[in-house]
Design a protein around this ligand. Structure first.
Ligand code: SAM
Length: 297
C-alpha cells in the first residue's frame, strides 16, 4: 500500500450468473498474486489492499462486481430460495438486487423498486450488465406499493436497504485519513436529518412487514447511528411480533452485534470500519415463525 492507513482489503463478488468463482479466480490470478475466497460471504473474493479493478474487463462485462463485504451481507442474510418471489424495496444502484439474483441462480422472481427516475435507470443498467434476467425494475415509491395486489401477494422475501445517513461508509476515506476520521458532527442539522431518515426507515419497515406471504425480511443500512439501526428495529418489533415475526441471527459466527439497547439486540449484525476493516453496516433479519409450516406448498 502506498499510504500509511490501515491495510483494508479490497473485495469483489463473482457474479455467478455469468462466471464461476473458480474461473474468476483463475483469471484474476493472472494479474493479482493474492486472491482468496472470503470465509463468510459466498463467491466473494478478497484482494490485497489498494487493488484497483475499476477498468478490469471482468468488471466491465459484469462477471465480477466491485462490492464490499459488508454490502454483501444483506442479500446473503436473506438467502432466498431459488423459486421465491422477492422484493428489493429501495434498490438502486442495484448491487444487492443482482446479488439476490445470483443467489437465486437467475430463477424465481425479483421486483426491484426504486423511487428516483435516474437511479432507476442506473438500476436497470446494473441488471442488464449482470444478466439478471429474473429482475423486473419498477420505478415507484415503495410506500405506495399495495401488498394486496396479485403481483405482490406471493412475495416471500423482502430486502429493505433504504436511504440512510451513510455514516458507515467512510472506510475508503479512512484509507487516507486515519486516525482523524470518524469524528461525529453531531450538530442540530445532522440530528434532524437522521431523525427524518429514521422515521422514513420505520415507516418503510412497517410497510414491508405488511406483505401477506412474507417469510423473511432483511433491514439494512450503511449507518453507524443507533437511531437508524437498533432504534428502528425496536420501534417496529411489537408490530412484527404481532404478525408472527421474530429476529433471527443471520451470521452466528460474526463477532460484532447490535448495541445492547434491548433484549435480543445480540441477534443484530454490525460491522465496524476500524475493527472489521470494511464499511460500517447494520443488518437485521426478521423471520416469520410460522413460515415453514404454513406458507409452503
Ligand atoms: N440497495 C442498493 C444497493 O445495494 O445498490 C442501495 C440502496 S440506497 C441505500 C437507497 C435507495 O432507495 C436510493 O436509491 C433511493 O433513491 C431509494 N429510495 C428512497 N426512498 C424510496 C422509496 N420511498 N421507495 C423506493 N426507493 C426509495
Amino acid at each position: 500500500a502506498q499510504n500509511s492507513g490501515p491495510a483494508i482489503p479490497r473485495y469483489v463478488r463473482v457474479n455467478t450468473l455469468k462466471m464461476s468463482t473458480r474461473k474468476a479466480i483463475t483469471i484474476l490470478r493472472e494479474s493479482i498474486k493474492d486472491v482468496e475466497i472470503d470465509d463468510l460471504i459466498q463467491d466473494l473474493l478478497v484482494l490485497p489492499p489498494g487493488t484497483d479493478l475499476h477498468k478490469h474487463p471482468l468488471v466491465l462485462n459484469g462477471s465480477i462486481v466491485l462490492q464490499g463485504k459488508a454490502s454483501c451481507m444483506p442479500a446473503q442474510a436473506l438467502s432466498p430460495a431459488c423459486d421465491w418471489e422477492v422484493l428489493d424495496a429501495c434498490a438502486a444502484p442495484g448491487n444487492k438486487t443482482v446479488h439476490l439474483a445470483a443467489l437465486m441462480a437467475g430463477r424465481g422472481k425479483i421486483t426491484a423498486c426504486e423511487i428516483n427516475e435516474k437511479r432507476a435507470q442506473r438500476l436497470q443498467e446494473t441488471v442488464r450488465l449482470t444478466g439478471a434476467t429474473n429482475v423486473t425494475v419498477r420505478q415507484q415509491d415503495f410506500l405506495t406499493i399495495d401488498p394486496t395486489l396479485p403481483e405482490f401477494t406471493k412475495v416471500r422475501g423482502i430486502l429493505l436497504d433504504p436511504s440512510c445517513s451513510g455514516s458507515g461508509t467512510t472506510v475508503q476515506r479512512l484509507d487516507h485519513l486515519l486516525p482523524s476520521a470518524g469524528t461525529d458532527k453531531n450538530d442540530d442539522q445532522e440530528k434532524d436529518r437522521i431523525e427524518q431518515l429514521a422515521r422514513f426507515q420505520e415507516t418503510a419497515l412497517l410497510h414491508a412487514l405488511s406483505f401477506p406471504s412474507l417469510e423473511k425480511l432483511v433491514y439494512s443500512t450503511c449507518s453507524i447511528h443507533q437511531r437508524e439501526n437498533e432504534d428502528v428495529v425496536l420501534a417496529v418489533l411489537p408490530h412484527a411480533k404481532e404478525k408472527g415475526f421474530e429476529l433471527s441471527n443471520p451470521f452466528p459466527s460474526w463477532p460484532h452485534r447490535g448495541l445492547p439497547v434491548f433484549e435480543g439486540a445480540d441477534l443484530l449484525i454490525r460491522t465496524d470500519a476500524l475493527r472489521d476493516k470494511m464499511d460500517g453496516f447494520f443488518v437485521a433479519l426478521f423471520v416469520r415463525k410460522s413460515s415453514s409450516s404454513t406458507s409452503k406448498k
